[in-house]
Write a protein that binds this ligand. Structure first.
Ligand SMILES: [Zn+2]
Length: 248
């Protein structure tokens, strides 16, 4: 297996997020997380994490206290580890307050609650529809993996607040063809990091959206918010069978 991407970033309030992505995995992937103030002596703080992220809530009173984080991941046949990684620099007070203000705006004024489902991109393959020889799913509307080819399809949902713009019903015959039917713009805070293919389920309206594109906004080296392009999923699609397990 290969570690494709590994990020450590700050999120409000005082939490550090570790974020990773692997490729060429074989079977389920388990990740151990290490932390330290020195890159030489790391202490294990979490074991067998299955989600592609870890949320470290260690309270830090002094913003000049730095932590290094390292991950060690295992699948059925191999093991990889990251370099000990530090935040780019201690969270700047202005970057912190930008994250805080935007979160406050979404929670208190927009009030649009949603559950964010990160799509599984590695792990245990679905036994009902995954064809090992063809290397693709061979059954439509599989309720075991929701068309992803991985057991369960998505990780446990994360409660978020989001601003979604009104849906643009563009003509398919448009000569410009810039906007596809049933796509719209949205934005959310910096956690979780959005990746095309993920799913957003609105709590009050029940709409289900696919993330088509995401653009993180970076201020003073920190991700403060993310602009998204979303596409509305058809009501008869398999994604509507995915349960609602948490509320934000
Ligand atoms: Zn399946």
């Amino acid at each position: 297996m290969k570690l494709e991407e590994y990020k450590v970033y700050f999120s409000f309030p005082d939490a550090r997020i570790l974020w990773w992505r692997f490729s060429n995995t074989k079977g389920p992937v388990k990740v151990d997380v290490y932390r330290s103030q020195s890159p030489e002596e790391l202490e294990k703080i979490a074991e067998n994490v299955e989600e592609p992220f870890y949320y470290d809530m260690v309270p830090v009173s002094d913003r000049f206290v730095n932590f290094y984080y390292k991950i060690v991941a295992k699948d059925d046949i191999s093991q990889v580890e990251s370099e000990p990684t530090l935040l780019p620099f201690p969270p700047h007070p202005i970057a912190k307050s930008v994250v805080k203000m935007e979160r406050h705006y979404l929670e208190k004024f927009i009030k649009r609650r949603a559950n964010y489902y990160i799509r599984k991109r590695y792990g245990e393959r679905c036994i009902y529809c995954w064809d090992e020889i063809k290397m693709r799913t061979v059954k439509e509307n599989c309720e075991n993996c929701y068309g992803t080819g991985f057991v369960g399809g998505y990780y446990k949902p994360i409660g978020i607040y989001i601003q979604i713009m009104p849906l643009v019903r563009a003509s398919v015959l448009s000569p410009i063809g810039e906007t596809k039917p049933d796509e719209t713009q949205a934005w959310m805070s910096n956690f979780p990091l959005a990746t095309p293919g993920d799913l957003i389920v609105e709590v009050d309206l029940g709409y289900r959206w696919r993330v088509v594109a995401s653009t993180p906004f970076v201020f003073q080296g920190y991700i403060t918010r993310q602009d998204l392009r979303l596409s509305l999923i058809d009501v008869d699609a398999i994604e509507y069978k995915l349960d609602r397990r948490t509320e934000p």
